[in-house]
Design a protein around this ligand. Sequence first.
Ligand code: NAD
Ligand code: AHE
Ligand code: ZN
Length: 369
Amino acid sequence: MKTLAAVAWKAKEPLEVIEVDLEGPRAGEVLIEMHATGVCHTDAYTLSGADPEGLFPAILGHEGAGVVVEVGPGVTGLEVGDHVIPLYTPECRQCEYCLNPKTNLCQSIRSTQGAGLMPDGTSRFSLNGKPIFHYMGTSTFSQYTVLPEIAVAKIRKDAPMDKVCLLGCGVTTGIGAVIRTAKVEPGSTVVVFGLGGIGLNVIQGAKLVGADMIVGVDINPAKEALGRSFGMTHFVNPKDVEGDLVKHLVDFTNGGADYTFECIGNVNLMRIALECAHKGWGESVVIGVAGAGEEISTRPFQLVTGRVWKGSAFGGYRGRTDVPKLVDWYMDDKIEIDSQVTYEFGLKDINKAFDMMREGKAIRSVIKF
Ligand code: NAD
Ligand code: AHE
Ligand code: ZN
C-alpha cells in the first residue's frame, strides 16, 4: 500500500513529506493507522546526527496513537478497530528481562529495532524499491505504520488520541521516573533540570506523590510559569546564579535534594544533578539522552558518600501493562495532558514542530493526521 510519511533522508536536513510504499503486516505484526503523534526531543536528537544508532533514510516518530486496521497471521491480542499506542519499549512477557521485575527493558527485539528493522530483519517501508528504515520500532511520522504485536498497548476507545499520544513517551517517561524509578516519597525535596516535555511531567509526578519542595532549573525564563502550573514550587535560572550552581542548589535545598532528575541530555548538568543530591541518601536520575562520544564523570567520593546515580527509560513502565492504566489516570483527571499540547500541525507542516521545539516555544507539538 501507499502511505504519506515524513522521511528523514539525511541528518540535519528537514523531513520530506512524501508518499512511500508500505508492506502489510507479517506474522505477529499489525498495521496501524496513526491518528496523532507528538514530536519528542529524541526525534530531534536523532535527526541532529548525534545518535550512534541513527540511520538514514528513516521515518522517525515514537509518541503516537492510532487504530489497528489489519492484523498479520498469529496475532492473538489485538483486533481490527482496537485503539492503540505504539511502544518503543516492547513487552514480550517472555524474555529474561520481562521475567525480571527489576527492569522494563524488554530485549526480545532490541537488536533489530536498533538496526531500523522489523524483528525478521527487513523493513516494511520503501521507495522505488529501496528500503527506508524504521525508527525506535515505531515510525509514527507516517499515516500508516507496522508494529510487532508485543510493541503495542491497547487502550480504551473513548480516550482522545490527540492527547493520549503523549503517553507514548513524554508523559509516561516523566511520571514514571518519579513513581517507578526513583520511588519519590511524600515530603521529598526534588530538583528537576530541564522543563520540557519530560521535566514538566517529572514535576507533575513529584506533585502527585506529595513532594514538598519541587525546584525547576531551566535557562529559558518562560519555563517558570509553565513549571509552576504543573506544581513546581521554586525556579532557578542558572544564568542568574553567580558562582557555583551545585553550591547554590545545595544551599537552596538545605543540604541537597532527596531526588534530582536530569531531563536535558547535557552531561555537565548530569554531574551537577548528581552533586546537588543530598549527602548520604540523595538519588539522581538521568533521563536525558546524550550524543555519541559524550560521557559522564564525577569524583567517586560523591558516590562513596551516599549519593546514588541511576537512569530511567520510558519511566520504568512496561507499556502493554501500564500505559492503559495511565490512560485511565488521564481520563479520571488524575494527570494533566491537554495543556502540554502547545501546537497542532498537519503532517505536511511537521518541520514547524521541530522549529517550535528548537525555539523553546513548545512543550509538545502534536501532528494530527
Ligand atoms: P525539550 O527540548 O522539550 O526540553 C528540554 C529543556 O531543557 C528545555 O526547556 C530547555 O530550555 C532546557 N535546557 C536546555 N539546555 C539547558 C541548560 N543548559 N540548562 C538548563 N536547562 C536547559 O526536551 P524533552 O522532550 O523534554 O526531552 C528531554 C531529554 O529527555 C532529551 O534528551 C530527550 O532525548 C530525553 N528523553 C529521554 C527519555 C527516556 O526514556 N530516558 C524519554 C524521552 C526523552
Ligand atoms: N539510540 C539512542 C538511544 C537513546 C535512548 O536512550 N533512548 C531511550 C528512549 S528516548 C525516548 O524519547 C531508551 O528507551 N533507551 C533504551 C534503549 O534500549 O534504547 C542512543 O543514544 O544510543
Ligand atoms: Zn521520546
